[in-house]
Each structure stands twice: as structure tokens, then as C-alpha cells.
Design a binder for this molecule. Structure first.
Ligand code: PLP
Length: 353
């Protein structure tokens, strides 16, 4: 995030503040770890009310934003009690605020749907929603009223993102209040920098904070990002096979030459994707090699033919530091690093460094 501040300062515009996005247990890394690690962020953003409460209990005093907002009247009392900012994307939420009886006015980001077609008021309806929210502000139910949107293709279509941004700016230009726009991809591509405003801007990076890239064609390493998460295991058995011998369930893979194989103590019950394709990268004893055959619940098989030092207990890196990147492994499973990092299961023992 250093790059962002120096860049904006150079241009003399309002430096964006950072919501560190820690939804889904901080993308699988743990709320407690995130609260400590992102101490310097200006705020934390998430989905789950219980995670938001946990942040307060852990001593986080700066702003907290609920990205999807609240769903019922009882949630509002919790927002009030723990001083949590909420997104508002629908009329029922405005109604709930109108009929609430809170100890103090609540901070709100009113969300516009500029093309994601998930949450938010349509651009041509935003004016009406803003007026209602602004009335709630006059009535003392809302404190700070901001505006936000979310980009659908910041990772793969720069121009489409520009269009979403233009739609947003067109419809909010007359409204004062903080602005929150950019996920990781849009932040790294500096879309926030196209907003001419005196209002406070907030970016919302998530996945980059954990050392993963949202772009299919630009690696985390190319941005200088280091993996926050390393999944490792050990070799628990070694076997020499001749040519033409099958391995594992369904005999999905058959050796085409004499092969030394090692059984690795990690399977889909740990969060390693069963759907991963034949030949996915894996590192054993510091040597990059590949996965053979089908991933089992508790085990998978690595090719040790080119890993002469491999023995029982050899360290295996499934992804992360010293192994393939989580994004590369994800691409072999036809998914994204996000899914892998938040799908590591509870039975995997965590070591916090
Ligand atoms: C998840 C999320 C983000 C962060 O996205 P990344 O791609 O992980 O940076 C930002 N804003 C909203 C609304 C989100 O849901």
C-alpha cells in the first residue's frame, strides 16, 4: 500500500484510506491474526457480524465496515453497540434504520449497483435512495453518509471497470460524503486515482493482503507480494514402480516409465482440491515436482523420480513459501487463490509466524 500513498501525495489529491478486507475469517488466516497484522490499516471490512464483534473484543478501535450490511432489526442494535459502519444496498435496510431506536446515529455507505448486478441500488434509483438516506441523516438516524460500489471485472477488463466508475461518478457528483470503490485489482490498477474529489476515499483491498494476485496474467510476485499462507505436509511413504503401473483411486494415472512415488500427508479433507489436474506442481525437499493420480481424502501422491534426497519425513510444500504459489496451484484446479486460502480445513494445524 506504500505505493498508493506516495503516488497520491505526489499529485496532491486526497490520499485514500484503506479498509483491509478480512471477510471469511480473514480469507482463512484467522481474525485474530488479521487484527494484529493489519494494525496500520484505517479500517477493517468484512461480512460477518460475529467477526466484527470479535475485532472489537480483540481491541480494534478504528472503523469497521460490514460489506453486505445488516439483515434484520436486531443486527442494528449490535452495530450500534459495537460502533460498526454498514453498507446499505436495499430499501428494507433504509426502512429498518428509519424505524430503529439507536443510542446514536449510524455510519452508512449507500451502495450503487454499477454493473456487478449483485447488491446495490440501480444508478437511476440511487438519487431516490440517497434522498431517503439523507433525510435519515437530518432525522439523526444516520451520522456519516458515504457512497460505494463494487467492480465486477477489475481483474480482467480495465475498460469495463472504467465504465462502472464513470456511471458511479456521474450519479454521485452532487453528493458529499466518503467514497469507497476499489478491491485489490482496481486498487493495483489505480482506478481510485481517476476520482477527482475532495471527499475522503477508501480502497478495499483483500486478496493482495494475503500475498495472492487477483489477475490471471500478473503474478503476486510481480507486485512484490509474499505469500501469507504456506500449506505444508510430509512424505509418509515411498515406493518404486515400474512402467505401466497405476496409482490411486480409479487408477486415474498410470506410470509410463519407472517411477519413484511418495505419499504425502495431505488430501482434500485438508483443503487441497480433489479436482486438481494431473501434473499440478508441488515441492518436495525444495525440488519442484508434480502430483500423480487422484487426490484422496487424507493423502496424495507426488512424483519423486527427480527428487533424489526425498525420504520419509521430507518436507512437502503444497503452496506458499518455498513452493508453487497459491495462485498457480489454483489455476491447476480451475479456481482462484481466494478459494484455496479460505478452504483450508480446521484439522490442519496452524503455526503463526
Ligand atoms: C471481497 C470484497 C473486496 C475485496 O476483494 P479482493 O479482490 O479480495 O481485493 C472488496 N469489496 C467488496 C465489496 C468485497 O466483497
Amino acid at each position: 500500500m506504500q505505493h498508493i500513498s506516495s503516488h497520491s501525495e505526489a499529485k496532491g489529491i486526497n490520499k485514500p484510506k484503506v479498509w483491509a478486507v478480512i471477510k471469511a475469517n480473514a480469507y482463512g488466516h484467522g481474525i485474530e491474526q488479521a487484527v494484529a497484522a493489519f494494525e496500520q490499516a484505517d479500517g477493517l471490512a468484512m461480512l460477518d457480524l460475529n467477526e466484527a464483534i470479535l475485532c472489537r473484543q480483540l481491541g480494534w478501535t478504528k472503523p469497521i465496515l460490514l460489506l453486505e450490511g445488516f439483515f434484520q432489526a436486531a443486527d442494528l442494535l449490535v452495530l450500534d453497540q459495537y460502533d460498526i459502519t454498514t453498507s446499505v444496498h436495499d430499501d428494507y435496510q433504509l426502512d429498518l434504520i428509519a424505524s430503529s431506536n439507536l443510542s446514536k446515529p449510524i455510519n452508512v455507505f449507500l451502495k450503487m449497483n454499477t454493473g456487478m448486478n449483485r447488491l446495490g441500488f440501480m444508478p437511476n434509483d440511487y438519487d431516490r435512495a440517497w434522498k431517503i438516506a439523507n433525510q435519515l441523516k437530518s432525522d439523526g438516524k444516520i451520522n456519516e453518509l458515504g457512497k460505494m460500489t463494487h467492480f465486477a471485472r477489475a481483474d480482467d477488463d480495465f475498460n469495463q471497470t472504467r465504465q462502472q466508475l464513470d456511471v458511479f461518478l456521474q450519479h454521485v457528483e452532487n453528493y458529499d460524503g466518503p467514497i469507497s470503490l476499489c478491491n485489490t485489482a482496481a486498487t493495483l490498477d489505480n482506478h481510485w486515482d481517476n476520482v477527482q474529489t475532495d471527499q475522503q476515499q477508501w480502497v478495499r483491498p483483500g486478496v493482495c493482503l494475503y500475498g495472492s494476485s487477483p489477475f490471471a496474467d500478473r503474478s503476486a510476485a510481480s507486485f512484490g507480494l509474499e505469500p501469507a499462507q504456506t500449506l505444508s505436509a510430509e512424505i509418509i511413504s515411498i515406493r518404486e514402480l515400474g512402467a505401466g503401473e497405476p496409482i490411486g483411486y480409479g487408477h486415474k494415472f498410470t506410470t509410463d516409465k519407472p517411477t519413484k512415488m511418495g505419499v504425502v500427508s495431505c488430501g482434500y479433507a485438508d483443503g487441497y482440491p480433489r479436482v486438481i489436474e494431473e501434473g499440478a506442481p508441488i515441492t518436495v525437499d525444495g525440488v519442484r515436482t508434480k502430483v500423480l493420480g487422484r487426490v484422496s481424502m487424507d493423502m496424495l501422491v507426488a512424483d519423486l523420480t527427480n527428487v533424489p534426497t526425498a525420504k520419509i519425513g521430507s518436507k512437502v510444500i503444497l503452496w506458499g513459501e518455498g513452493g508453487p504459489s497459491i495462485d498457480e496451484v489454483a489455476s491447476w484446479a480451475n479456481t482462484i487463490g481466494y478459494e484455496l486460502m479460505c478452504a483450508v480445513t480446521n484439522r490442519v494445524s496452524r503455526q503463526i509466524i
